[in-house]
Design a protein around this ligand. Structure first.
Ligand code: FAQ
Length: 314
């Protein structure tokens, strides 16, 4: 088959709703787009452990501490599934990690904001995991088999994360005046960065058209952001928290919550490395990598020793 014929057949498979598997023929650009997106997603999970990890030692009760520990461990697991999914595309995990540590690879903008109070932990579960679920439920139908399958399990765990977050939010929103204020302050700080998680407007998104043609993404950034707002505003109202957006209003006709404009200057500053916590996050990941070197060396030496050992016939 010529390259044009291969490409046509590939597009036909996508249009028929078939999954593309690692050993199938795929255009080089499809492979590179997936490596970019999946590795960025994996890095987000790993860097995303830092803002919440910061509160494990300061959780207000043993129950809260255990739940937070489990959640942060889940995020590590998600990072590992995603690095595995990226590796099926023929790239080595170490290369991906190097791209993160050198600042070449992106990770989600949301993790470059600080967690100032315990209320932030509730809000991260509710808004950040909530936004991640909206995005990832769509990705669970993605055309690349290993990515779609990883998303199914990840979404199940993210649902638990969201519920534990919303439970903290509801508890504090119904608590003392000081707890209520603390919670409202957290919502005020995290609302707009959560909307930024979905990426630029469709008209400004260089990758969307191609990803949608290949059904890697089946919904656009703006469609997902609107879905998230529609799901989340009633949840805020249910616990008497306000959304920090004077332009927010319900449109009866479209049944959408219309919202104000995102500060795109802030978004681009954060993804270029100039957010409030970018440098701190990179320092923490580089430190963890250096401190873990002896473990990697020991594991490699153990694997080499096992491989060299003659097998005893049974
Ligand atoms: N942050 O052309 P588009 C989580 C970049 S997981 C940073 O629209 P695309 C779980 C984008 O990469 C959260 N960069 O790009 C958790 C591109 O730059 P590039 C992560 C962003 O790919 C919860 C450029 O802007 N989820 O939270 C962002 O079509 C709690 C132009 O953008 C995923 O990664 C951003 N927000 O759409 C963990 C899901 N938005 O690469 C711990 C998978 C855009 O060309 C605690 N990824 N950029 O240099 C996706 O769905 C997509 O890649 C988007 C971006 C929607 C993120």
């Amino acid at each position: 088959m010529t390259d044009t014929e291969k490409l046509e057949k590939f597009q036909q498979r996508i249009d028929n709703g078939e999954k593309i598997e690692p050993k199938d023929w795929m255009p080089e650009r499809f492979r590179r787009q997936l490596i970019r997106m999946i590795s960025q997603h994996a890095h987000s999970e790993i860097v995303g452990m830092l803002p919440e990890g910061n509160w494990i030692t300061r959780a207000p009760s043993l129950k809260r501490k255990l739940t937070l520990l489990a959640k942060v461990q889940d995020e590590a697991g998600h990072g590992l599934y995603l690095y595995c999914a990226a590796e099926t595309l023929g790239i080595d995990r170490r290369e991906l990690v190097e791209q993160l540590l050198s600042g070449k690879a992106k990770y989600s903008s949301i993790f470059n904001y600080p967690t100032l109070t315990w209320a932030d932990i509730g809000v991260i579960g509710w808004l950040v995991d909530g936004a991640a679920i909206v995005n990832q439920t769509m990705l669970a139908k993605s055309s690349y088999g290993p990515y779609a399958r990883a998303m199914i399990r990840i979404c199940k765990e993210e649902n638990f994360h969201k519920r534990q977050g919303y439970e903290i939010v509801a508890t504090m929103a119904n608590g003392t005046l000081e707890q209520r204020r603390m919670m409202q302050d957290a919502v005020d700080r995290w609302w707009w960065p959560s909307l930024m998680m979905f990426g630029p407007h469709d008209s400004e998104s260089p990758n969307s058209a191609e990803l949608i043609k290949w059904k890697v993404k089946t919904k656009t950034n703006d469609e997902l952001r609107q879905r998230f707002v529609n799901l989340t505003v009633p949840q805020a109202l249910a616990v008497n928290l306000s959304i920090p957006d004077p332009d927010l209003k319900y449109n009866e006709e479209t049944q959408n919550w219309e919202f104000g404009e995102i500060d795109w200057d802030e978004f681009y500053a954060v993804i270029k490395g100039n957010g409030p916590m970018n440098r701190e996050r990179m320092r923490a990941r580089n430190r963890a990598d250096a401190e873990g070197e002896w473990v990697r060396k020991a594991a490699e030496a153990y694997a080499a020793k096992r491989a060299a050992k003659p097998r005893v016939a049974s």
